[in-house]
Design a protein around this ligand. Structure first.
Ligand code: 6CS
Ligand code: FE
Length: 312
C-alpha cells in the first residue's frame, strides 16, 4: 500500500517537513549532459529557479507567439470553454489552459531544443507536458495569485507522486516591477508545507480564479520568506524562468497600464506519471492535468479511516 509522502489538505494543521526528493534528478555522472552548466544546476538546487533575461527576445519565436496571443480570445472551444478562466471580479481573461494543443506556435515551444535539453538535464529523464497555460494580467484589472506551491496542488488534486516536475515560463510581454511580475521564495522548494482544509469537489473551478485551499499558513510563509527572501525577476518579453514544481510563488495585482502575459509549460518526468489524487477528489480535467491515454485511474484515496486504495 502506498503511503502519502507529502500529506496535505487535512482537517488538522500539519507541520512543514523537508523535501523527500532530489532537486536535480540527473545522476552525478550525467549532470553535464545538457545545456546547463554545473553552476546553473547548483543555483537551481539552492534557489529552486533559474532566470534567463531576454533569452528568446530577439528570436522569430516571439512574434509568432504574440500573434497567437491575440487570437486566443477567439478560442476554438468558444469563450465559454472551461479552459478559459475569467477573473471573478472583472470577467477579464485570467488564464487559458491547454495552449500547446490549440496553437502550433505554442506547441513548437514544447519541442524547442534548448528548453527540452535543460528540462531533461534537471529531471533526469524523458518528459511530457503535464499542463500548459497563459496567465494574462491586463493593465489596471489583472488580479494576482496567492502564495502557493504548484506541487501541493498537483499532488493532492492530480495525484503527482513526487517532486520531479518543473515549470518553464516564457515572458510574452515585458515583466516589470510595476505590472505584477511573478514573486518566488528562494529555498522554499526544500520544504513541503502541508495546507489545512479538505479539498471541495470541483475545487479547480474556484481555485483558478482565486486560490483559497492549498494556500500555506502565514507562519510557514513568514519562516520561509524570512529565510530566503522574495525574488521577482524582471525583464523583456522573451525572458525565460524555470522553476521547480515546489518553489513557493505568488504575484500581485497589475495596477500599471501595461498588460503582463506569461506562457507556462509544466514538464513532468515520465517516471512520475499521475496516480489517483491524494486529496481523495476525482481527477481534474485533462487540460489541467494530462493523463494521456490513461483513463482507468484506480479509485481515489478518500480521506477517511479506509486504507488508501492499493495502487498495486
Ligand atoms: O491548479 C493548477 O494547476 C494551477 N494553479 C496555480 C495557482 N498555479 C499552477 C497551475 O496553473
Ligand atoms: Fe502556480
Amino acid at each position: 500500500m502506498l503511503t502519502d509522502r507529502y500529506p496535505t489538505r487535512t482537517e488538522r494543521r500539519l507541520s512543514m517537513i523537508p523535501r523527500r526528493d532530489p532537486i536535480v534528478h540527473s545522476a552525478k555522472n550525467k549532470r553535464d549532459q545538457g545545456p546547463l552548466s554545473e553552476h546553473h544546476l547548483q543555483c537551481f538546487e539552492r534557489d529552486g529557479f533559474l532566470w534567463f533575461e531576454n533569452l528568446f527576445s530577439s528570436t522569430p519565436i516571439m512574434q509568432g507567439l504574440l500573434n497567437n496571443l491575440a487570437s486566443l480570445e477567439k478560442f476554438p472551444g468558444g469563450v465559454d470553454s472551461e479552459q478559459m478562466i475569467r477573473d471573478g471580479d472583472t470577467g477579464s481573461l485570467r488564464s487559458v489552459f491547454g495552449v500547446h494543443e490549440i496553437s502550433k506556435e505554442f506547441e513548437a515551444l514544447t519541442k524547442e531544443k534548448l528548453i527540452l535539453g535543460m528540462v531533461r538535464q534537471i529531471l533526469g529523464s524523458d518528459v511530457y507536458i503535464h499542463q500548459s497555460r497563459i496567465n494574462a494580467k491586463p493593465g489596471f484589472v489583472g488580479n494576482g495569485f496567492n502564495w502557493h506551491s504548484d506541487f501541493e496542488t498537483w499532488h493532492s488534486e492530480d495525484g503527482m507522486p513526487s517532486m520531479r516536475a518543473l515549470s518553464v515560463s516564457l515572458m510574452l510581454t515585458d515583466n516589470t516591477a510595476f505590472n505584477g511580475p511573478l514573486m518566488l521564495v528562494p529555498g522554499s522548494h526544500e520544504y513541503h508545507v502541508p495546507c489545512q482544509g479538505l479539498t471541495p469537489s470541483g475545487n479547480w473551478k474556484q481555485s483558478l480564479k482565486n486560490q483559497k485551499i492549498g494556500v500555506p499558513d502565514e507562519d510557514s510563509l513568514e519562516t520561509l520568506i524570512n529565510s530566503g527572501g522574495i525574488s521577482a525577476p524582471t525583464g523583456g518579453a522573451g525572458s525565460l524562468l524555470i522553476f521547480d514544481c515546489n518553489t513557493l510563488h505568488a504575484s500581485q495585482k497589475n495596477l500599471s497600464p501595461w498588460s503582463r502575459a506569461n506562457a507556462f509549460f509544466v514538464f513532468n518526468s515520465v517516471e512520475n506519471s499521475l496516480e489517483a489524487p491524494y486529496a481523495g477528489t476525482i481527477p481534474r480535467p485533462e487540460f489541467l492535468a494530462s493523463r494521456g491515454s490513461r483513463v482507468d485511474f484506480p479509485q481515489s484515496r478518500a480521506k477517511t479511516s479506509r486504507p488508501a486504495a492499493n495502487m498495486g
